[in-house]
Every structure is written in structure tokens, then in C-alpha cells.
Design a protein around this ligand. Structure first.
Ligand code: BTN
Length: 252
């Protein structure tokens, strides 16, 4: 029976032991993953921490990382061009939403670009960093924060966790294993799969009125589609359709 004090040890992942780098407490799994990636660690190395003291979110936000959550960064070296790298993030959010639905009967959906929501509340977020060499990807570090046995609602009222939804603790090891198995299998064919089409089957963003916030502008409109490059198409009140490449999306 797992509880909030369970720990994810390399030995919990038969066949992957060498690629699991576990830390009880760390600044951010992104920092360690970057060092490992730059010194040549293999594809699919996973840096996991029970706690992060400097957890990072998108757009320079903090990701509060208390014990009980699942915080990891996956070092990936996919056979993709840098222009196709967006597919990796969409695949990760799609696979996590499907894992939560299929294994835990949690009604998870994806919000553009890569958040996972349940009942309008965030259960997981993704941050990625990429290094390229001219026309190929050297590495993509995919950082995922999943609220599992923690309760994030004290610091972020619009967040939830697996425990809050199911009213019990679950094994973080099982959740991570299920996610990794499915994600890695699907990553092999991500170049040719229509990931965006599949992602759209699980999204809570389309046909909604949304506000998109970036560092320098705020746009509002109806989210009418996500194009083949992962950009959000926003129908504005002036009749124009704006293509949004990045930003924070709020349902209004
Ligand atoms: C977001 O929604 O803003 C993205 C959050 C990403 C958080 C994860 S936790 C593991 C990895 N390490 C970090 O410092 N951030 C990512």
C-alpha cells in the first residue's frame, strides 16, 4: 500500500534502473537533466525528485513541488527535426491524460498548449527545454509535474491532485511506469502519427472563449482550432483569426 511517504527508487523500474536518477530533494529536475544531457546521457534518462526547492513552471513561474507529487524530467533524443519538436509535448500531455482516464478513471482533458485539467482544475503541467544542432535535435528535456498524493489547492486554488479526486493515495511508481511505457512506445512513431488530431479528441480548449497571456500581450477570442504545427487559432471579435504560437491559456 503506497502512501504519501512512498519513494520512487531506481530498483522500482526493472529494465530501466540505469536510466533512473532519483533525488530526495533537488533544486529542479530540469537543472540536473540539463547537465546530464549536455554530458551525453542516453535517450530516456529520467531525473526524479521527491521535492524540488526551485521547481520551475512555464513563462518563468514557480512550480511548488511539495512531497507527494511526481516531479521528473525525461531526457529525450528523438529522431525529429527541430521544427517537429512540438509533437513531443503534445504527445506527453495526450498520453498522460489517457493514462489518468484509463488507469484511474479520472476524467482528464488537455488544455492548450500542454496542461492537463480535471473539472477545470490543473493536475499536471509540462515544461520543456530543447538544444539543437543545425537541423537536428540534440536533446529535448521534458519536465512534468503531476499532482498525485499532494494537495496543491492551498497555494493554487485552481489546482487539484489524484488524491483529492480519488480520496486515496496512489503509487507514483505505477503512474510513472504506465506513463513511460506508453509514451516511449508512441514516441517511436511520433513523426508520422497525427498527434495533433488525437490530442484534439481530448481537449477542453476548442470552441471556448479564451484569454491568451504572453509576456507582452493579451489576446481574447474563441479558440477555433489547433493547426498542424500546434499553434492555437483564435477567432477575434474584429473578425480576424490570430495564430498563437505560445502563451498561457485561460478559459473565460
Ligand atoms: C507549467 O505548467 O507551468 C509547467 C510545470 C512543469 C513542472 C515540472 S516538475 C518537474 C520539472 N522540474 C521543474 O522545475 N519543472 C518541471
Amino acid at each position: 500500500m503506497s502512501d504519501i511517504h512512498d519513494t520512487v527508487f531506481p530498483g522500482d523500474f526493472p529494465g530501466r534502473e540505469d536510466k533512473i536518477k532519483y533525488f530526495k530533494e533537488i533544486s529542479s529536475t530540469m537543472d540536473v537533466a540539463r547537465e546530464l544531457a549536455q554530458t551525453g546521457c542516453p535517450h530516456s534518462t529520467v531525473v526524479i525528485a521527491d521535492r524540488q526547492v526551485k521547481g520551475r513552471g512555464r513563462l518563468k513561474r514557480t512550480w511548488v513541488s511539495e512531497k507527494g507529487g511526481l516531479y521528473f524530467t525525461l531526457v529525450l533524443r528523438p529522431q525529429l527535426s527541430p521544427l517537429e519538436s512540438y509533437k513531443v509535448n503534445f504527445l506527453a500531455s495526450l498520453v498522460l491524460a489517457k493514462t489518468l482516464r484509463q488507469k484511474y478513471s479520472i476524467n482528464a482533458g488537455v488544455k492548450w498548449p500542454n496542461d492537463i485539467l480535471v473539472g477545470g482544475k490543473k493536475i499536471s503541467g509540462i515544461l520543456s527545454e530543447m538544444e539543437t544542432q543545425t537541423d537536428r535535435i540534440d536533446y529535448i528535456n521534458l519536465g512534468m509535474g503531476i499532482n498525485v498524493n499532494n494537495d496543491p489547492s492551498g497555494v493554487e486554488p485552481k489546482a487539484t491532485s489524484v488524491k483529492k479526486i480519488l480520496n486515496r493515495n496512489v503509487s507514483r511508481k505505477d503512474l510513472l511506469t504506465d506513463f513511460l511505457n506508453e509514451f516511449e512506445a508512441r514516441l517511436c512513431t511520433v513523426a508520422t502519427d497525427d498527434v495533433i488530431f488525437q490530442w484534439k479528441q481530448h481537449t477542453v480548449t476548442l470552441n471556448q472563449k479564451v484569454r491568451i497571456v504572453t509576456h507582452h500581450e493579451v489576446s481574447e477570442g474563441i479558440a477555433i482550432d489547433v493547426d498542424q504545427n500546434g499553434a492555437l487559432l483564435l477567432a477575434q471579435s474584429d473578425g480576424l483569426v490570430k495564430t498563437i504560437l505560445y502563451g498561457d491559456c485561460f478559459l473565460v
